[in-house]
Design a binder for this molecule. Structure first.
Ligand SMILES: [Fe+2]
Length: 253
């Protein structure tokens, strides 16, 4: 079994007291990391699925200090609030890996990049190169179960304000996924909430942010009063996935 722990949307800023919609993002991610270490480690892979920082290039130094503590590889993908050139410059040494593929046990874990230059309001796009890379990677490892990670929601989350700003080329993504039956799970962030559904044999999962949450399935954008959280994903040798979202109940910001 391969254990992967997903943190997402850490939205760090250089100022340790900085808040995102009322929540101080540094202590909340620290609380999530401490909780996970206590309850769910050792892990084989740690992942952070985007929006590592809140538009602040200096905050990658804070991120580096926080996540450098893991013996496990830390697989990163950019979100719309990241600055990819700076993310790669600061975090391209072990244990960090930005994008790409990891092979572990009978699994392949593919991290996609949905950041694109012309995003105006936070929407994401894979682009043809990234779609082709996913297709080629899955074709090259047909014998391995696949878990695909990205920042933007690849399916509708029943919240118009989020769905308008989702993954622009989701249709092309689904076309590739349909061609590769070994894909067992797709995992993302961006929506600051938990979702866990099956479509066919594929499990589709969103993790809450390590800071503040959005209210699920609402016609209008609103913040939720749920605490910080993260997701634990156990990848079994036979292709089965066991996963739970862990909430820091009682966390006071
Ligand atoms: Fe985002």
């Amino acid at each position: 079994m391969i254990r992967l722990i997903q943190f997402t949307d850490t939205h760090l800023m250089q100022d340790p007291a900085a808040r995102l919609r009322g929540v101080r993002t540094l202590p909340s991610v620290q609380a999530c990391l401490a909780h996970a270490r206590r309850r769910h480690f050792p892990a084989d892979i740690v992942t952070v699925t985007g929006d590592l920082v809140q538009d602040d290039p200096e905050a990658y130094g804070v991120f580096e200090l926080l996540f450098d503590q893991f013996a496990a590889p830390v697989l990163l993908g950019p979100g719309n609030h990241d600055i990819p050139s700076e993310l790669r410059r600061r975090l391209s040494h072990a244990p960090f890996q930005v994008g790409g593929l990891r092979l572990a046990g009978s699994w392949q874990i593919v991290m996609l990049d949905t950041w694109f230059e012309r995003s105006e309001d936070g929407e994401g796009q894979l682009g043809q190169d990234e779609i082709d890379r996913l297709d080629a990677t899955l074709a090259a490892h047909r014998d391995r179960h696949a878990l695909v990670l990205l920042h933007h929601p690849p399916l509708r989350m029943d919240a118009p304000s989020l769905d308008q700003l989702g993954l622009l080329d989701a249709a092309a993504f689904h076309e590739v996924i349909r061609r590769h039956p070994q894909v067992r799970g797709v995992v993302w962030g961006h929506a600051h909430q938990s979702l866990d559904v099956y479509h066919g044999a594929i499990r589709w999962m969103c993790a809450p942010s390590t800071c503040m949450q959005f209210r699920p399935r609402d016609d209008y954008f609103a913040t939720d009063d749920r605490p910080p959280g993260y997701r634990v994903i156990d990848l079994h040798d036979d292709g089965g996935i066991a996963s739970e979202v862990v909430w820091l109940e009682g966390y006071a910001s």
